[in-house]
Design a binder for this molecule. Structure first.
Ligand SMILES: Cc1ncc(COP(=O)(O)O)c(C=O)c1O
Length: 388
């Protein structure tokens, strides 16, 4: 029998990070001592107190049944409290929905709001899932380039009128993957005005909000800005904050009707997040946040080691203020792909080609700070030996 795939599945490019992982495994099989700065998956373990909480929760029979609904009230209350402490934003539990990782909500929001032909405004380079959901719902992606000259913010004024008329959803992501940029209040104010004027739902992806380097410059939440809740929602994740990528837990919060739309999609697709994981997430959010501070210190040392190392080798690269990515210009005369190949073949280093995350990423590579300082030093040493 010939297996005939959905045409939309055929339209999707290979999932970039699965490709990178495949290349890494292939090189390791051939005996290479690979330094992997490719996929943004923390190498640090989940803190012990969260694991212990999960161990207790997993034994409770009440947690063995379908979770259903928007998530445990205790989880949604813990999120609201965490939000209030971290940001200047008030949320009630019915403005929050638990997610099986923020990727799940980011990929499914389209099902609640996008009809065939509706335009989705997507930053590029960017996280590929914004476009995946668009393709699956027969929406039309309109890519907003993120240029260094614009501080890696989309130029909302440059979007043509005919596109705006058909646009229903806009994704933004700060701290940004892959450029590591953060967004100022001024940008969010403009975005909210833009969303109101054009009747476009804002989907702000804040997966990296807690990975920052300066206590005086903490990334903002979109929901801190007056008027935000009228126009959109924010996606959050415990993945990067508490080293819980494998656990699959996050949430969406903000506009009640948008949250309800996502929850309705989820009611019909999955049956919620394993309650034991939600309880462990309550522990994560309500306990001391020292583990998060400790992780920030670790990333900071790694960031400084890599950026200073690359700068000494004459690479053009800025010190990121947030996220655990370093967005570096490639050496003159090389494309992103050529640089990635050379780094793999001559230095056994894996990184992400900028253009793999959108065409405006051409000319850059992304390094993830997910290995320890000695390995980063080793990576810099190896890069220094390459003849460009
Ligand atoms: C920008 C961005 N948003 C969302 C996610 C999804 O994270 P998770 O599904 O683990 O919450 C990622 C993961 O890498 C990401 O880079």
């Amino acid at each position: 029998m010939e297996i005939r795939y959905n045409e939309k599945l055929k339209k999707l490019p290979p999932y970039l990070f699965i490709e990178i992982d495949r290349k890494k495994k292939e090189a390791i099989k051939c005996g290479a001592d690979i330094i992997s700065l490719g996929v943004g998956d923390p190498d640090l373990p989940t803190p012990d107190h969260i694991i212990k909480s999960m161990q207790e929760s997993v034994t409770k029979p009440a947690n063995h049944q379908y979770p259903f609904g928007a998530g445990l009230l205790s989880y949604r209350k813990a999120i609201a409290e965490w939000y209030k402490k971290r940001f200047k934003a008030d949320l009630s539990p019915d403005e929050i929905c638990a997610l099986i990782g923020s990727k799940e909500g980011i990929g499914h929001i389209h099902l609640g709001f996008i009809n065939p032909g509706d335009v989705v405004l997507i930053p590029e380079p960017g996280y590929p899932v914004y476009n995946t959901g668009t393709i699956f719902t027969d929406g039309v992606p309109y890519f907003m380039p993120l240029f260094e000259k614009n501080s890696f913010l989309p130029d909302l004024d440059a979007i043509p009128l005919d596109i705006l008329k058909k646009a229903k959803l806009i994704f933004i992501n700060y701290p940004n993957n892959p450029t590591a940029a953060t967004a100022p209040e001024k940008f969010y104010l403009k975005l909210i005005e833009f969303a109101k004027k054009n009747n476009i739902i804002v989907a702000a992806d804040a997966a990296y909000s807690e990975v920052y380097y300066d206590e005086n410059e903490k990334p903002l939440s979109f929901l801190e800005i007056p008027g935000a809740k009228e126009v959109g929602v924010e996606f959050h994740s415990l993945s990067k904050t508490y080293n819980m990528t494998g656990w699959r837990i996050g949430w969406v919060c903000g506009n009640r009707d948008v949250v309800a739309g996502i929850a309705k999609v989820k009611d019909n697709y999955d049956s919620g997040v394993f309650q034991a994981i939600q309880e462990a997430a309550v522990t994560a959010l309500t306990s001391s946040q020292k583990c998060v501070e400790d992780a920030r210190k670790i990333y900071k040392e790694r960031r400084d080691t890599l950026v200073e190392g690359l700068q000494k080798l004459d690479w053009e690269v800025n010190l990121p203020k947030a996220s655990f990515y370093v967005w570096a210009k490639v050496p003159k005369g090389y494309t992103s792909s050529q640089t990635v190949s050379k780094l793999l073949e001559e230095a056994a280093i894996i990184c992400t080609p900028g253009n793999g995350m959108g065409k405006s990423g051409e000319g850059y590579v992304r390094f993830a700070l997910t290995v320890n300082v000695p390995r980063i030093k080793e990576a810099v040493e190896r890069i220094g030996k390459i003849r460009w």
